[in-house]
Write a protein that binds this ligand. Structure first.
Ligand code: NAD
Length: 433
């Protein structure tokens, strides 16, 4: 049995190669091997510290009650308060949330933010509920989480299916159900809030902005010019649409987009701004008048420089990987490729910019928001963008240097950088008692 398998066996994690939690921990342990992380740290990081499941009823508009299942998983807090998004999606499961919480630990450590990793969610299709039902669901979920979240303990943010409005309801509920002395800075219990209620300039576009900063830093030495590249996107939600608009603003050409409503393409380019308006009005990219509907197969086969998945996890399996016709894969969403797809793409020498680097802009600007809330400050957009650029470039340079020194993939290098930082802090703090 190899070193990775012994950790997995010791923790009694079921051997399930297609399970996302198993895959995530396997990737973390694989990088841990490269930097000879002590076994005790591998054991600590291979499982979350806390896993909370809550069931709660919500009154629907027609007077009936529905019961919902919610999760909050706190993976690790050696670096600071737990931090991670809240997802509303019908496929949310404990293992999925555990995997995303572990990824948050790695992401915060990679950027060297004073945060640990967490993730939460509710198993619900948000599109199937009215505004008032979503308000009630969010408030009831927040009160069920109770003291398991808090401005100096665990700080949620938006993720798939949630947004600034949902964060405002979470903050307001937290401020109402806690003791008066906790209410004063209770708003900083969540980030990604609306600007008028303690939000941060640039938070909405932050993840896409971070993706673009990484691309800007990495592609020139690979022989590409940003104003001449072509790209395609999976997902045109928060991350996908902002990545698309910001790349288009710099002169890049969007050739194809696929989301849950269908796929569209246009050889001469799709107007990213107009498409964002269309998605806002109709809920998806289908029927966009200034592009042609294409099949899923043709979408993956579209000839582009950058292929950018910005939707759900594990959408690119070996079948999709074999269709790709791109020069670089930019992981804007979390773990978009299955391990089999990743091995296939590595074997075909396709450079992959790793997710924990590419999409770290979101949590970085969330950190700026939390910091402003705690210090009663308001930064302007230019300051936010300048700070974000500095932090993303510094992190990108460290990942690049690590990949060179270890002669490994950028994906492994990003995890190694994160793990090394965590190791350093464990060594300094020791283990209580
Ligand atoms: P979102 O809900 O705004 O958008 C999700 C997109 O995925 C939508 O365009 C949707 O149509 C698409 N999608 C869903 N099912 C699909 C399918 N079967 N086929 C094709 N497309 C499909 O979510 P988001 O916030 O943009 O998050 C996208 C990814 O980025 C997730 O992995 C998320 O965890 C990650 N992420 C988000 C942030 C953030 O700040 N929002 C930060 C870091 C990472």
């Amino acid at each position: 049995m190899d070193a990775i398998e012994t950790v997995i066996t010791d923790l009694e994690i079921t051997y399930e190669p297609t399970n996302i939690y198993y895959q995530t921990i396997h990737s973390v342990l694989d990088a841990a091997e490269l930097i000879e992380l002590p076994r005790r740290l591998k054991l600590i990081l291979a499982q979350p510290k806390n896993e909370l499941i809550v069931h709660f009823p919500v009154r629907m508009d027609n007077g009936s009650f529905s019961l919902f299942k919610g999760y909050r998983v706190q993976h690790n807090n050696i670096l600071g308060s737990y931090k991670g998004g809240i997802r509303y999606h019908h496929d949310v499961s404990l293992d999925h949330i555990k995997a995303l919480a572990a990824i948050m630990t790695m992401k915060c450590a990679l950027v060297q933010l004073p945060f640990g990793g967490a993730k939460g969610g509710v198993k619900v299709d948000p599109h199937a509920h009215t505004h008032s039902e979503l308000t009630a669901l969010t408030r009831r979920f927040t009160s069920a989480l109770g003291t398991n979240i808090g401005p100096a303990y665990d700080i949620p943010a938006p993720d798939v299916g949630t947004n600034a409005q949902i964060m405002a309801w979470m903050a307001d509920t937290y401020m109402n159900v806690h003791e008066p002395h906790e209410r004063l800075d209770g708003g900083s219990v969540v980030t990604g809030k609306p600007l008028a209620f303690g939000g941060c300039h640039g938070r909405e576009k932050a993840t896409g902005q971070g993706v673009v900063f990484v691309i800007e830093d990495l592609i020139p030495e690979m022989g590409f010019r940003l104003d001449q590249v072509t790209f395609s996107l999976v997902g045109y939600g928060n991350v996908g649409s902002w990545t698309g608009r910001l790349l288009a603003e710099r002169g890049a050409t969007l050739r194809a987009v696929m989301d849950h409503t269908g796929a569209i393409g246009h050889a001469r380019g799709i107007d990213a701004e107009k498409l964002a308006d269309h998605v806002l009005q109709t809920g998806g990219v289908a029927d966009f008048p200034d592009a042609d509907p294409i099949s899923e197969r043709d979408f993956y086969r579209t000839d582009v420089d950058l292929f950018i998945p910005a939707a759900l996890e594990q959408m690119i399996d070996i079948e999709q990987a074999q269709l790709l016709n791109c020069k670089i894969l930019v992981e804007a969403g979390n773990t978009p490729c299955t391990p089999a797809a990743e091995i296939y793409l590595n074997n075909h020498d396709l450079p992959i910019f790793p997710a924990i680097l590419c999409n770290a802009g979101g949590v970085t600007v969330s950190y700026f928001e939390w910091k402003q809330n705690r210090q009663a400050e308001v930064w302007d957009l230019a300051d936010v963008d300048a700070q974000l650029k500095k932090m993303m470039s510094r992190t990108t340079a460290r990942v690049k240097a690590r990949a060179r020194s270890l002669n490994c993939s950028m994906h492994q290098a990003a995890y190694c950088e994160a793990l090394d930082h965590i190791r350093q802090v464990y060594e300094l703090r020791g283990i209580f008692p």
